[in-house]
Design a protein around this ligand. Structure first.
Ligand code: AMP
Length: 399
């Protein structure tokens, strides 16, 4: 299998699927360019080899139709700066103009194609559409980990047209190796911290982690379904009643796999979801009717921190409270600090998911984490142990 490092791009036109799905403000200016910046090393390597780059990406969810607000034209000035060279642009990602610009592309030049999702065939993974994209280049590079769980035309199907000349970009490579390091070569004790709001979206990861970790800390909104399953009174806290049987199964499985499950014992409860609501510090299984738990309590926070600080590998996804509201962010801050301190002492920590990254950045602790994954959904599906379709398409022939 080729890698970026062992492939010579000299004289080749590389179709690079990146994830330039950056947030834009009302003036259509980029408000966070992380996704663009993280793709630069891959593009520089190709250009330095004497190759040309054809960029494939989506922006937003335009539903298969042209939408000026989601045109990739808006990112050209910033991309020009990042790559320090002129960017050519095709108004449509397929068709005569794209074909002509691609065919005239010289070594060291960059061509950006218009938003792939202006065609509904992109999300459908359409083979004919993928073929038209594939015809524009000589080699395919996938550097979009954020969309790695989606079998779209430009992330999955297109790879089938490059039986040999296909590979991962540096970003995807680095995401995979960091996640694998945490999951497959974890030093023990291995502790996973799961929080967030929906048990239904986390249940599979919980089940997978029960076979890998020593400690599983369950905090945040997802904890209340478990507390209720064990007979606790959780008032009006977030509960998914239809997941109570699964919660009980998880508790049973943890006993069999010898995983220490850590739930909150005390919490911060409020009489309404508002930063200035009335607050009650109480046992998590004795929340009054009409009240809901919004953060872990101080005893729990100390206990969780103790478990984290005695770990060698830490995986964290999901805040343990409604951290967006300052009055309920103490527990998440305590967890973030414990992860940071433990990392500082030599443990390996992997943090992922949009809200968790936002929390870590809010406390300025990002640089004290071993690895922050840029991906949300793709990371969770990878952690569940699934082989992501786009990774499979690079590793094997798909048709
Ligand atoms: P998720 O997308 O499932 O990871 O959920 C993240 C969200 O969970 C954040 O916006 C938090 O505010 C929210 N959250 C965390 N703890 C709680 C809680 N106890 N009650 C309600 N929402 C919570």
């Amino acid at each position: 299998m080729y890698t970026l490092d062992n492939y010579d791009f000299s004289g080749k036109k590389a179709l690079v699927r990146v994830d330039f799905n950056v947030p834009l403000n009302e003036k259509l200016e980029i408000t966070d360019d992380t996704r663009m910046k993280t793709a630069v090393p891959t593009l520089q390597k190709i250009l330095a080899d004497g190759g040309a780059v054809i960029l494939l990406t989506h922006l937003g969810r335009p539903k298969g139709m042209y939408d000026e607000k989601m045109s990739l034209r808006h990112i050209i000035p910033h991309l020009t700066k990042l790559l320090d060279r002129k960017i050519q642009f095709a108004d449509d990602c397929i068709g005569a103009e794209a074909k002509q610009l691609a065919s005239q592309l010289k070594p060291g030049e960059v061509l950006l194609l218009e938003n792939l999702r202006f065609h509904k065939e992109e999300s459908a993974g359409d083979k004919e559409f993928a073929h038209r994209l594939a015809e524009l280049g000589d080699v395919y590079v996938n550097d979009a980990f954020g969309t790695a769980h989606r079998a779209h035309a430009s992330t999955y199907t297109i790879a089938g047209f490059f039986p040999n000349d296909k590979m991962f970009g540096f970003l995807v490579d680095s995401e995979i190796s960091h996640i694998d390091k945490a999951l497959k070569r974890a030093k023990r004790p291995f502790t996973a911290i799961l929080g967030g709001s929906k048990v239904s979206t986390k249940i599979q990861i919980i089940e997978t982690l029960l076979e890998k970790v020593d400690n599983l800390i369950i905090g945040g909104g997802i904890g209340y379904t478990f507390i209720k399953a064990m007979g606790g009174d959780v008032g009006d806290s977030l509960v998914e009643n239809d997941h109570i049987p699964v919660a009980l199964k998880v508790i049973e499985k943890a006993k069999q796999t010898n995983v220490a499950l850590h739930f909150a014992s005390d919490c911060v409860a409020v009489d309404r979801m508002d930063n200035d609501a009335n607050i009650d510090h109480c046992f998590i299984d004795k929340i009054k009717k009409g009240w809901q738990g919004v953060d872990i309590g101080i005893k729990t926070a100390t206990r969780f921190a103790h478990v984290i600080e005695n770990s060698k590998t830490i995986l964290w996804n999901g805040p343990v409270g409604v951290f967006e509201m300052p009055n309920f962010s103490t527990g998440t801050l305590r967890v973030a600090m414990a992860v940071a301190i433990t990392t500082d002492r030599g443990a390996y920590s992997l943090v992922g998911g949009g809200d968790t990254i936002a929390a870590v950045n809010k406390y300025s602790l990002g640089h004290k984490i071993s690895y922050i994954s840029t991906a949300g959904g793709a990371l969770l599906e990878y952690l569940e142990g699934k082989e992501l379709p786009t990774l499979a398409a690079i590793r094997r022939q798909i048709f």
